[in-house]
Design a protein around this ligand. Structure first.
Ligand SMILES: Cc1cc2nc3c(=O)[nH]c(=O)nc-3n(C[C@H](O)[C@H](O)[C@H](O)COP(=O)(O)OP(=O)(O)OC[C@H]3O[C@@H](n4cnc5c(N)ncnc54)[C@H](O)[C@@H]3O)c2cc1C
Length: 505
């Protein structure tokens, strides 16, 4: 039977576009190669522990946040519970140990308390990151018409009027002298990118200012959000087909008309074919170019994308603890830990791109806010840092496993220095590398943020949701505005709005 929409991939971009279109009466078929929906927004269970694959903290849910209206529109708040993260993060590098609240006035106060000579720079930093995002967008011309059609989302396709062609590193160098202060402010850089001197100010300011107004975890894990959206599609007459991989987008006269797909991992089974008015790829854009279209069909898209830099991946150690870590003295949800040798922004970039065992990392103590993830009386946490598939190439299975184990042990030693006694509380752990992410999401290089948010590749230059092939659209971290939960959700929703109201940037 012909569908209105086929969505390839059940990551957040695919789920939000599919759920919105299904709710608006479109017949949606979503095809996901994994056995669960969510992409990076999933959990897995071991020995009674629920391990969060991706989410540490989702920015936003404040009054200026686009996601609030989208969540209301899809009844997300009535079905998924969001837990407020108590502070933005703790930063420690032996020279400085400081807690950054997710409240701007309080953050300024704490920072000025430790770096009194830098008050001007600290105030300037917050002034720019808070005000720039507001100045960057204007209402689209058809604003009033849109408000009448769709009152929940006052800004549909925001128009960029101003954006700085500057890196965050360069910006910090112009306003702040103290290198430790720069490192404190950059602690969570890995949420976006791996280098302060190439990350775009426009992207950083949008995301970082939103984190300073609020951060959330999803009670029970991000799977709850993914499962709910999957259910919305099904409750509205759509179908979510898990465990099937799309192998080809069928194109006729530069028009996408359907997909060929097959049970994941069963090369000998027959392919199935389904047709639709419109196809949305949540699958990575480079995979669409290289694997799902013929070289002729992909030519225009390939020319636009082949030079683009792909974002970093992440390395995670998922840990089950014999008891909640607050019982051994930890009071904070996220702690960013940097080695003493990292003294300035260049060191920081080198450290994130360098040897895995000495990278700066974050320890997330989920049990501070969500006791549901661990069996009674136990705790759950994770260690996370930047990773690249290149680190894990050309290894036998045994070498790969041995290396994972060795790296994990060095991180446990580094964790022990900050939380004495924590090592002996480890009950179970599992390591995921860039290769693991590549395998489970099919994102090339295990990329978690799509195309890198460099000065050249960030808004306004990002690939848009409408592709050069008629009736083929994109909804993922690879498009406008970018990666992370917020970016992928917005991409999916804007894709659906674009299709419903023929409203494009
Ligand atoms: C360890 C980790 C920590 C993170 N922490 C945070 C955080 O704290 N805050 C935050 O905001 N973000 C975080 N992120 C990033 C965020 O999760 C991602 O940027 C975002 O979820 C990506 O969504 P997406 O829509 O692009 O799809 P993805 O999650 O990349 O999913 C794509 C989906 O498409 C499917 N697919 C691909 N090809 C095919 C095909 N041919 N056929 C069928 N299905 C296909 C894949 O199986 C996958 O399910 C983290 C990610 C990771 C991995």
């Amino acid at each position: 039977m012909k569908n209105d929409i086929i969505v390839i991939g059940a990551g957040l971009g695919g789920l939000f576009s599919g759920a919105k279109l299904a709710k608006e009466g479109k017949k949606v078929l979503l095809i996901e190669q994994h056995t669960i929906p969510g992409g990076c927004a999933t959990v897995f269970k071991r020995k009674g522990y629920t391990f969060e694959v991706g989410l540490h903290e989702m920015d936003g849910l404040h009054e200026d946040d686009f996601k609030v209206n989208m969540f209301r529109d899809l009844n997300v708040f009535d079905n998924v519970e969001f837990l407020k993260v108590p502070e933005f993060y703790r930063f420690t590098n032996e020279r400085v140990d400081l807690v950054i609240p997710d409240n701007i006035d309080q953050a300024i106060k704490n920072l000025v308390g430790v770096f009194p000579d830098e008050e001007f720079g600290i105030r300037k930093y917050f002034d720019v990151i808070i005000n720039l995002p507001k100045e960057m967008f204007s209402f689209p011309k058809k604003k009033w018409k849109q408000l009448l059609i769709f009152p929940f989302v006052p800004i549909l396709y925001p128009k960029l009027v101003k954006y700085p062609k500057m890196s965050v590193g360069d910006f910090l160098d112009t306003i702040i002298e103290n290198n430790d202060l720069k490192l404190v402010l950059l602690a969570n850089l890995g949420y976006y990118h791996d280098d302060p001197y190439s990350i775009s100010m426009s992207w950083y300011c949008m995301a970082q200012s939103s984190y300073y107004k609020g951060g959330y975890y999803i009670k029970g894990g991000s799977q709850k959000l993914s499962d709910y959206l999957s259910q919305v599609i099904q409750d509205n007459g759509g179908e979510v087909l898990l465990g099937y991989r799309v192998e080809k987008i069928i194109v006729e006269n530069n028009r996408a008309i359907g997909v060929e797909y097959r049970k994941t991992g069963s090369e000998n089974t027959e392919t199935k074919i389904d047709f639709a008015e419109k196809i949305i790829a949540n699958a990575a854009i480079p995979s669409v170019v290289d694997n799902l279209l013929s070289s002729d069909e992909a030519a225009v898209l390939k020319a636009k994308t082949m030079e683009l830099e792909i974002s970093c991946s992440l390395f995670s150690i998922y840990i089950g603890f014999k008891k909640p870590i607050k019982e051994i003295g930890n009071q904070y949800y996220s702690t960013f830990i940097l080695d003493n040798e990292v003294k300035n922004q260049t060191d920081f970039a080198n450290c994130l791109k360098g040897d895995l065992s000495s990278k700066g990392f974050v320890f997330v103590d989920y049990s501070q806010i969500d006791s549901q993830l661990a069996p009674k009386g136990k705790g759950v946490g994770s260690i996370c840092t930047i990773d690249y598939t290149s680190v894990w190439e050309n290894l036998t299975k045994e070498e790969y496993n041995r290396k994972k184990e060795e790296v994990a042990l060095t991180f446990f030693d580094r964790l022990e220095r900050v939380f004495p006694g924590i090592k002996q509380e480890i009950d179970y752990y599992e390591v995921a590398t860039a290769k693991t992410i590549e395998r489970y999401t099919l994102n090339p290089q295990g990329s978690v943020y799509g195309y890198a948010q460099t000065v050249e590749q960030a808004v306004p230059n990002r690939i848009k949701q409408k592709s050069p092939i008629e009736n083929l659209y994109f909804a993922s971290a690879w498009t406008f505005p970018g990666g992370g939960f917020g970016g992928a959700i917005l991409s999916g929703y804007l894709c659906a709005i674009g299709i419903l109201y023929d409203q494009w940037q």
